[in-house]
Write a protein that binds this ligand. Structure first.
Ligand code: URA
Length: 430
């Protein structure tokens, strides 16, 4: 721990909802330099989760966290994306190599599982050997070499967010608009891309269930980007049912792999194409972006780039070239209780099931189990026959799989008619 500081004045102000932009520099420095214990940071996070932060303090916090490992660089030509978090959201795994294979390099700082949502870093680490701990130099080397780099917060890349993020995950302080906006934008500013596409999730599986709240979060992040001189756009996208079928770590890598070889779920593939097209446009390639990404995905070149990227970050690309990653040994199939139309698939129920199986953390230092997970096989609006499989569970024991199956089952409703929501709900510009 560096020299301790007296954090109590910042806590005293936060307790009553008061904030000064200067306090944000103290929070970021104290978090990054390990100058205060976890309990003081957790108390501050809880105060912010309850009272919020005003816009000036949120911008100041994002910028202070972005600079907590050194001044954020800007690398012309790079493009980045970030999702606010959802269930089954493995978009980066496909979009990054897809966009890079079209000549636009992607450098991205990602997160681990947060609350009920999965994290790109945990998913990537389910590939044997994959290294997400990149220094600035390694980031630059990867961008130069394969055109894709995805890494964690490290000592020289937004370390303050790394510490706060891990504490939020286990202190019920995740779904706070200023904390989400500053956390995401700290990583985006530190990543160095001048162009950023934000995928803001809306629905029961997102941190913002309501479209108005999601729009406000999107506007706040766009404002931070603008203040920092970056170009940004936001898509508001549906998270009222899981994205794709797979929820977990290796199981999501497998679904990303399937998508890269042309066999992905329809909803997930269409989101990948929408996000990739906007990233190309933001990077200055607006003409025919939709056609380009569509043809590129179909050509298999994005899969080749995916394997090269996995290899460059130390992962076992040969394993992925041969086929999907292995999953946990106990596989349980969940049958539809009745015939009809699927009217609801609760993403929270499926996410809780994956968490209970061991795909996420209950405590800060818990390991995640790469092989467990859930595959929900049905979508809202789809017809099913009684007894047909609606989900598959992959667990380490019969009891764990049974328990998860019950959770998933409670979240699937079947009725006479359903009203599916569109996947992309709104498009916002800075
Ligand atoms: N993703 C992040 O990086 N941070 C959040 O707070 C939420 C989603």
């Amino acid at each position: 721990m560096d020299a301790p500081i007296d954090f109590r004045p910042v806590l005293r102000r936060a307790r009553t909802g008061a904030c000064r932009p200067e306090d944000m520099a103290v929070v970021a420095a104290a978090a990054a330099g390990n100058q205060i214990p976890d309990y003081q940071l957790a108390a501050w996070l809880m105060a912010v989760a309850i009272h919020g932060l005003d816009e000036a303090c949120t911008v100041a916090l994002a910028r202070a966290m972005a600079g907590s490992g050194g001044a954020p660089p800007v690398h012309p030509g790079l493009v980045d994306k970030h999702s606010t978090g959802g269930v089954g959201d493995k978009t980066t795994l496909v979009v990054a190599p897809l966009v890079a294979s079209l000549g636009v390099p992607v450098a991205k700082m990602s997160g681990r599982g947060l609350g009920h949502t999965g994290g790109t870093l945990d998913k990537l680490e389910s590939i044997p050997g994959f290294n997400v701990h990149l220094s600035r130099t390694e980031f630059a080397r990867l961008v130069e070499g394969v055109g894709v780099a995805v890494g964690a917060q490290t000592e020289d890349l937004a370390p303050a967010d790394g510490r706060l993020y891990a504490l939020r995950d286990v202190t019920e302080t995740v779904d706070s608009r200023p904390l989400i906006a500053s956390s995401i934008m700290a990583k985006k500013l530190a990543g160095g891309a001048p162009a950023i596409l934000l995928d803001v999730k809306v629905g029961r599986g997102a941190f913002m269930a309501d479209v108005g709240d999601a729009r406000a979060l999107a506007r706040l992040m766009l404002h931070i980007a603008h203040q920092a001189g970056r170009r940004a756009e936001a898509l508001l996208t549906d998270m009222d049912q899981p994205l794709g079928f797979a929820i977990g770590n290796a199981i999501e890598v497998n679904e990303a792999r399937a998508t890269l070889v042309g066999d992905g779920p329809r909803d997930f593939t269409s989101l990948v194409l929408a996000v990739a097209a906007r990233m190309l446009a933001l990077a200055g390639r607006p003409d025919d972006a939709e056609r380009l990404v569509h043809e590129q995905l179909a050509s298999g070149r994005a899969f080749t780039r995916f394997l090269a990227w996995v290899r460059a970050q130390g992962g076992d690309d040969e394993l992925l070239q041969r086929g999907p990653l292995p999953l946990a040994p106990v596989r349980l199939e969940l049958p539809a209780p009745a015939s009809g139309v699927v009217t609801s698939v609760d993403p929270l129920a499926a996410a809780q099931a994956a968490l209970r199986l061991g795909a996420g953390r209950l405590r800060k230092d818990d390991p995640v189990d790469p092989g467990v997970g859930v595959r929900v096989l049905v979508k809202v609006g789809q017809s099913v026959a009684a007894g047909a499989p609606v989900a598959e569970i992959y667990g380490r024991s019969d009891a764990a799989a049974e328990q998860a199956a019950q959770l998933v089952a409670a979240g699937i409703d079947i009725g006479p008619v359903a009203a599916p929501r569109p996947l992309v709900l709104e498009h916002l510009f800075a």
